[in-house]
Write a protein that binds this ligand. Sequence first.
Ligand code: C2E
Ligand code: CA
Ligand code: CA
Ligand code: CA
Length: 280
Amino acid sequence: AAKRSRSGIEAYRADMSRRLERRIDMASRLDQALRHGELQLHYQPQVRLDDGGIVGMEALLRWHDTELGWIRPDEFIPLAEERGMIDAVGDFVVGQACAQIRAWRGAGLLLPGRLALNISAMQLDADTFSERLITAVTRAGLSPTEFDLELTESGIMVDPVRSLAIMKLLKAAGFSLSVDDFGMGYSSLSHLKGFPFDKIKLDGSFVQGMLTDRSDYAIVMATVTMARNLGLQLVAEGVETADQAVALKSIGCELAQGFLYGRACPPEVFAARWLQSAPA
Ligand code: C2E
Ligand code: CA
Ligand code: CA
Ligand code: CA
């Protein structure tokens, strides 16, 4: 038994050091990736549950490294934050998103609703965040009213007083504000009252559990009712099956996002599948 646990520890150590190496490798590559265009945005539609029509879209960041392969944002966003690169990554996302809207429009395509961008806690916390964002958008000849900013509750609770001030400013500039991953982490309800949100994005874990777990179902129902009573839009995230869509519809949820409708895909694929030409 002693021998076995010894080799267990060794295997564990080897695994840890492989992971550590991957992270170190990744950190040095992320900087290059930014400069060499290895990061790109993919787009996922937000749809109406009743007819599947598109009402908006979310930009999701992708990184393809020649040696490490595809790296998930859940893995490299925290790394970018640790290494002081998150502002550069965020600026890249905003620049890329603006360029994409212009390109689609230049090609005569009609954009349905707003483009949602994810903003991490640390991005929101940077002193220059709102100013840089507004400048980038207006310099691109676009208006903040074309964007929706997705913030997490944990993100705004790092410094709630300051977050509130920034959010008011962003909202006054024309951005719409969404709570991302609603239901995870912090006790959510009181925040909705104090912050100027337009939309709630209910975390996919509740949707995925709603047909098998009574508390998940109860949480989805309560969120639908609450959003309606507070006058907030609600998007159910992570909808994967037709049964989930039917259940959501039956309790009065109107908007959804998830693999059932479409995965995040590159801009050309997204445009071919989801965007229509403006009438001449
Ligand atoms: P998120 O904002 O909650 O985004 C939703 C995630 O769920 C995305 O993963 C999306 O691809 C995935 N997803 C969508 N529909 C389904 C579904 O039906 N089932 C399942 N299982 N998953 C679904 P992704 O693209 O890997 O992004 C992960 C997280 O990384 C995002 O979570 C967001 O927090 C962060 N992120 C992505 N892009 C950016 C960015 O540009 N900036 C920042 N700061 N964070 C980003
Ligand atoms: Ca999001
Ligand atoms: Ca989410
Ligand atoms: Ca998430």
